[in-house]
Write a protein of this length. Structure first.
Length: 114
């Protein structure tokens, strides 16, 4: 089963994306910080795709940026973004619907044959 890390400080965004991904048979883990990501990886979780909310403090964390360079990431960016988007597989600009995020993740998961 594919694993997706949903990284956002916004509870509604995390919950909505996680619920929709789970409906599609994808294991989605919600996280607020780089520390949450570290704990998940230490517990043996390996993401196939990341969803990174550009509003989250974790988005600019060097460890998260490094992970995003190794794992395809869907970045939800504000129109005036200051985060590095070069390694993002897909950038969605706010306002964005949960369905758009899920579709982008699903396409990446399908494309990687996970």
């Amino acid at each position: 089963m594919p694993v997706v890390f949903v990284i956002s400080e916004e509870w509604m965004l995390r919950a909505g994306v996680r619920a929709e991904l789970r409906e599609k048979g994808i294991k989605a883990l919600g996280m607020e910080s780089a520390e949450d990501i570290g704990r998940a990886i230490a517990n043996g979780e390996a993401p196939q795709v990341l969803v990174i909310d550009g509003h989250a403090k974790a988005a600019s964390d060097p460890a998260v940026q490094h992970l995003a360079g190794r794992v395809p990431a869907v970045v939800i960016a504000p129109r005036t973004t200051t985060i590095a988007l070069g390694s993002a597989a897909k950038v969605l600009f706010r306002p964005v619907q949960v369905g758009e995020i899920v579709a982008a993740v699903f396409d990446l998961v399908k494309g990687r044959n996970v």
